[in-house]
Design a protein around this ligand. Structure first.
Ligand code: BGC
Length: 851
């Protein structure tokens, strides 16, 4: 087109548009789902009426991992699914966004809609009909392995963010799936853990985001979780599925199982599950036809499931139009901009001593960018949400791009790879390897000698080895110099191990669905000898075990220390990644191995060390937080994270993220810690099917949610104690003032109460503030948390600008769940409205009496 005369090229474009317009507008009209209507209902019922019982049962089980079942007899093709909240995974490279906890850190409902629309477009461009997100479980504990995929610790924030997000996805003609319903707030032993929770705690903390998804956003699919609730698996839980979801909230869409989260076909069929994914292991003809014949399951129950599926598919027009929309792109420049926006809006500045930030690029000649998360980029965590970005921007490339060719950029990872630690361990003599013909180190072992223990393979899953084996490694180590030594071990897949030093057990990896390297620090004197034993239980054939010991000061590479001392400033990128934080296992609260030592060494070499954190929540920064002047949480920032980090550090964008979690000092400080691992129940029911089809030796674990309503800041503010950084907190390069709070002195219970106030940018650069409104109910008859978030608004202000904000508090803002009446209730009397910029800083107060 470049060489054509302008007039010709313009008329060509006009012609092209004239030809394409009917098609494009046809797609545009077809996008948002139609409301349910008598015509759709009649069509769906007519389709179901043409099916045999066996055909109906076929339709309620998935196929080929990510599809619904086709039914050519009624003109129904199969429909495609994909994960999920941070990018449309599963079907090749995609745009990877700052989703999940990063989205919550934006506190930006407009952006939530924009992100939902982006994901919807990406799904359409890959012919995807069902997006398997958003995940809205509560960040009850900082070690929850999938917190990064979810939103926050607060039900109101989750419920408020998830509504526009779902509306955005569904506006593109893609079904959103809210998951994991419900109480899937931990990853360990997820098939067998029972979340034992009272109804009030559920209704007030763990269910509101699902409730808003259904009643406000009209989400068309919900996914049941793996875990049990009060002793009954979610997929067959009458209370969750029939009473609450389909009863109280009137959910009309499709309730699908998580992948292999169905454990009993008849119980699931009778208790609300509509679609078993990824295949009908239990809700199949073999189990259901006899149950229908002898009356244990009604055929009308199956009809209802099929109707829900077909009704939804008809409403979305899936049978009338191709899901692929020519208006969209598989590689989208527009969506890259959305990804960048998300990262910019979510990066949260936690510490900025003496206003070190923003840095002036003109004053930098040499910058050192160090750390395991500096390169390559870490757009997201691990597991089923892990989207493969086309070209993710790392911190190194983002900063280098911003600074241009005249600044020296020095990069060092700073720490060795884990395999280098295993390979590099200088044991004192050979390792004795005893392989026992049993799973408990009994019987006559085969004995061998080796130089090292370095068989580790990350994330290697294999079929369970039918030959029982246990392997014991015994070796000695002699410390060259006095100091701290890193003791580290790692298996793979479902392996288990214990490590003992001089007979004392120091590391323990139980059989689990996945694992992260286990490590600790031990103090040794110069010349001290220790004996070590590792008892390793491989689940699959062969050994995938690695084991090492290293002098901590030697872990940090010499070039990292050298570069740090040469540079004007250091950006040190540490935290988690898909190997250390992901689905199927919880993560540590301590940073991955070696990183504390790395920060200490780099901060000692350069006082201008800016630390950036990657991860799904809080982590242990106690060893060095007082030694570094600046700290930013970048969450998992998506594919444009490196650009965003650079723009924030160099002041091109004012940091505006706010903590969606309480950032604890130690994980034991979290109110859920005493209850987190629960107690093994007396139940001996085997729930999990192993790779070879046999039940694995798991029993149910009961996790008593003894922390009840006291999750995160509810606990801290009620106790009058303080975490390291409070929920809602985040610094900016400008400052904001709050003023002129207005609320009625009295109002009728159940009425909507308007509250208004002013926010002013009192600093010298443009920035965005999140005004947060908390409600206290000191005269309640029931015990209530000291304050609860009930409103917020994100405002962008030029220097000196003031905006007047009005937040309407509805009846729910003043209510609690009355356990005996089983309903929301308001105790008339005194309430306090608190407004400010975090859960702990609320300068504006007003008293209100509800009659
Ligand atoms: C995860 C779900 C996911 C599904 C399909 C499961 O392992 O728990 O969140 O949607 O896999 O990938």
């Amino acid at each position: 087109m470049k060489n054509l005369p302008k007039a010709i090229s313009l008329s060509f474009v006009a012609l092209l548009l004239t030809c394409l317009l009917p098609i494009i507008s046809g797609y545009a009209q077809a996008q948002a789902p139609a409301p349910d209507s008598p015509a759709i209902e009649a069509q769906a019922r007519a389709m179901v009426a043409r099916l045999t019982l066996e055909q109906k049962i076929e339709l309620i089980g998935g196929v080929d991992s990510m599809f619904t079942h086709a039914m050519p007899a009624i003109g129904l093709p199969r429909f495609k699914m994909s994960d999920a909240s941070v990018g449309v995974r599963t079907w090749g490279p995609t745009t990877a966004y700052a989703g999940g906890v990063a989205l919550a850190a934006t506190w930006d409902t407009d952006f939530a809609r924009t992100l939902g629309e982006g994901l919807g477009r990406d799904a359409r461009a890959r012919n995807v009909n069902f997006l398997l997100g958003p995940g809205v479980n509560i960040a009850r504990s900082p070690i929850g392995g999938r917190n990064f995929e979810y939103l926050s610790e607060d039900p109101y924030l989750n419920a408020t963010i998830v509504v526009p997000f779902i509306e955005g996805v569904q506006s593109q003609g893609v079904v959103a799936t809210t998951k994991h319903y419900a109480l899937n707030d931990q990853e360990f032993d997820r098939h067998n853990a029972s979340s034992d929770v009272d109804e009030r705690t559920m209704r007030e903390i763990y269910l509101p985001a699902f409730e808003a998804a259904v009643t406000k956003a009209h989400v068309d699919a919900v996914m049941n979780s793996y875990n049990l609730l009060n002793g009954v698996h979610a997929t067959q839980n009458e209370f969750l599925n029939l009473k609450v979801l389909k009863g109280d909230w009137g959910f009309k869409g499709v309730l699908m199982s998580d992948w292999d989260a169905t454990y009993d076909g008849v119980a699931a069929a009778n208790n609300g599950l509509d679609l078993e994914m990824p295949s009908p292991r239990f809700m199949n003809a073999k189990n259901l036809v006899p149950a229908i014949k002898d009356g244990r399951v009604q055929e009308s129950t199956i009809d209802d499931k099929v109707l829900r599926l077909i009704r939804t598919e008809l409403r979305y027009g899936f049978t009338d139009r191709p899901q692929f929309d020519p208006a969209d792109s598989t590689y989208s420049v527009a969506d890259r901009a959305v990804a960048l926006q998300g990262a910019l809006k979510s990066i949260t500045l936690l510490k900025n001593e003496d206003h070190l930030l923003p840095l002036d690029p003109a004053k930098i000649k040499t910058i050192a960018i160090i750390g395991p998360d500096a390169w390559p980029a870490v757009p997201g965590g691990g597991g089923s949400s892990e989207a493969t970005a086309f070209e993710p921007v790392s911190t190194v490339t983002g900063i280098a791009n911003l600074l241009g060719p005249n600044v020296h950029v020095l990069y060092s990872r700073g720490l060795p790879d884990m395999t280098d630690v295993f390979d590099g361990t200088l044991w004192d003599g050979d390792v004795k390897v005893e392989t026992f013909p049993s799973r408990d180190f009994t019987g006559t072992p085969v004995v061998a000698a080796r130089r090292g223990i370095s068989d580790w393979k990350p994330d290697q899953w294999g079929p369970e080895d039918p030959t029982p084996r246990s392997i014991r490694y015994t070796v000695a180590y002699k410390a060259g110099q006095a100091g701290k030594y890193l003791l580290i071990a790692a298996g793979s897949g479902e392996d288990a191990f214990k490590v003992f030093v001089d007979g004392k057990q120091l590391l323990d990896q139980v059989h689990a669905e996945g694992q992260v390297p286990q490590y600790t620090s031990i103090d040794l004197a110069a010349g001290q000898s220790v004996s070590l034993r590792a008892d390793y239980l491989p689940r699959a054939a062969g050994s995938r075990f690695g084991f090492g010991l290293a002098y901590e000061p030697d872990l940090v590479s010499a070039d990292a220390k050298q570069f740090a001392s040469l540079a004007d400033v250091v950006v040190l990128a540490i935290g988690f990644d898909p190997a250390t934080e992901g689905e199927g296992h919880d993560r540590t609260f301590t940073l991955p191995w070696g990183q504390d030592a790395l920060v200490e060494a780099v901060a000692a070499a350069n006082p201008h060390t800016i630390v950036t954190l990657t991860g799904g929540g809080g982590m242990d920064v106690r060893r060095w937080i007082d030694k570094v002047p600046a700290l930013l949480h970048t969450w998992y920032p998506g594919q444009e994270g490196g650009t965003a980090v650079a723009e924030v550090i160099f002041g091109k964008h004012d940091p505006e993220g706010k903590l969606p979690i309480s950032f604890d000092r130690a994980w034991q400080d979290s109110p859920s810690a005493p209850y987190y691992y629960g107690v093994a129940g007396g139940d001996t029911t085997l729930h999990t099917i192993g790779d070879n089809g046999n039940p694995l030796d798991y029993t149910m674990t009961h996790i008593q949610y003894g922390d009840k309503l006291m999750v995160g800041y509810r606990y801290w503010t009620t106790e009058g104690k303080h975490p390291l950084f409070p929920f809602g907190f985040g610094l900016s390069y400008t400052s904001f003032g709050f003023d002129h709070l207005q609320a009625p002195a009295t109002a009728a219970s159940g009425s909507t109460v308007p509250v208004s106030f002013d926010v002013t940018n009192t600093g010298s650069v443009e920035g965005a503030e999140v005004a947060q409104l908390y409600v206290s109910d000191p005269s309640a008859k029931a015990m209530r948390p000291e304050r609860e978030l009930k409103g917020f608004a994100k405002v962008r202000l030029a220097p000196g600008e003031t905006k007047h904000i009005t937040l309407d508090l509805d009846a729910r803002a003043f209510s609690y769940w009355d356990e005996s009446a089983h309903k929301w209730t308001i105790d008339p009397g005194r309430f306090v409205i608190l407004v400010g910029d975090s859960s702990e800083n609320t300068p504006l107060h007003a008293e209100l009496t509800l009659n």
